[in-house]
Design a protein around this ligand. Structure first.
Ligand code: CU
Length: 343
């Protein structure tokens, strides 16, 4: 532990060489004061500040994949009755943040997802399944650990609450009102801790940051399975072009474990995503993003952000769908209940 502390301190000293001595504190009051819009829990607030946010995350998946290789529909049909062709995930995310003190911000996030999957069976009949509804809720504490020399570090400690449905059903040519595949379910059905660490640094025109986050799943849900744990780490660098506008690029690595157990109502030979062994894997995404911040005027305290990611590599356990892209558009508004606003 001592070595880690020393190492961390060394990195901070190194980063601080690039920052000016006049403005000693890391500040969120600039366009790149928040991370790219796809990063959650990237910042904390000052005592008494509130923030409301809305994000639309749109993910497109197309075709089947096994390991590092794309897989033709005809090959999927050799082992399964139906093959997935395309999937669209639209997630509307709402977030509320409130800072009890300069050290402690509380964050609550909930989402509403609209999912659709197009499939084709062995008889070459196309069909699609759909589901929509509330997802899991998460509650987190964001704890400031360090803010000096224009570097900031904070911890995220929270948990996910299973408010999302795991009983989504739909009609297929084979069966009507039948349970939908694992990725078409809206929640996890289990409680689980979330732990994360974020480090951000800035100079007058540049900023950078990284975040690592671990989502742990515990127990078993009412349908007899548990989603795999997921680990995500990402780094970004941003260029502040003006007081209002910044551009950034990022790399994100995600590793998901396999589903434990299985939902007995899903027949594993019907289609790959009915089979719990076809779950988990890892992925590396390249992202481009832009943030807009309004320090004054009618839009004061509003932020807008857009980020677009494409996978550079993805390695799936068994046969799954291939990710194609992820678009995140978000708006954030911060305010103070009583006194005048800061930043
Ligand atoms: Cu916030």
């Amino acid at each position: 532990m001592k070595e880690i502390n020393n190492c961390l301190y060394g990195i901070l000293m190194f980063c601080s060489l690039f920052t000016s001595a006049q403005e000693n504190l890391w500040t969120s009051g600039r366009p790149d004061g928040h991370a790219p819009m796809d990063v959650m829990g990237d910042h904390y607030h000052k005592k008494g500040e509130w923030m409301a946010s809305y994000r639309l995350m749109n993910m497109t998946m197309g075709g089947a994949r096994s390991g590092n290789q794309d897989m033709a529909t005809s090959v999927v049909h050799q082992s399964y009755m139906a093959a997935p062709k395309e999937m669209q995930m639209s997630m509307h995310m709402l977030g509320i943040m409130y800072a009890f003190s300069d050290q402690l911000t509380l964050m609550m996030m909930t989402n509403y997802s609209v999912l659709s999957m197009d499939l084709v069976n062995r008889m070459n009949a196309s069909f699609s399944t759909e589901s929509d509804g509330l997802g899991d809720l998460s509650l987190s504490a964001l704890i400031k650990l360090y803010n000096q020399n224009r570097n900031s570090i904070h911890l995220q400690a929270g948990f996910s609450i299973p408010t999302g449905s795991i009983d989504q059903k739909g009609d297929t040519p084979m069966m009507s009102n039948t349970p939908l595949a694992y990725p078409m379910q809206l929640g996890s059905g289990t409680w689980g801790p979330i732990i994360g660490l974020t480090h951000q640094g800035q100079s007058s025109a540049l900023s950078w940051g990284w975040q690592s986050r671990y989502q742990i799943r515990t127990g078993e849900n009412d349908n007899g399975y548990r989603l795999g744990n997921s680990f995500q780490t990402q780094g970004w660098g941003a260029l502040k072009l003006s007081q209002k506008w910044s551009l950034a690029t990022s790399l994100k690595y995600i590793k998901r474990s396999k589903i434990k157990g299985q939902y007995d109502a899903l027949n594993p030979i019907m289609m790959p995503l009915f089979n719990a062994t076809n779950s988990g894997g890892n992925q590396l995404n390249l992202g481009f993003s832009s943030n807009f911040y309004f320090p004054e005027g009618t839009l004061k305290n509003f932020r807008l952000g857009v980020s677009y990611e494409i996978p550079l590599s993805q390695d799936t356990n068994g046969i799954q769908m291939a990710n194609e892209n992820l678009l995140t558009i978000g708006i954030q508004y911060s305010f103070k209940a009583k006194e005048k606003k800061e930043e």
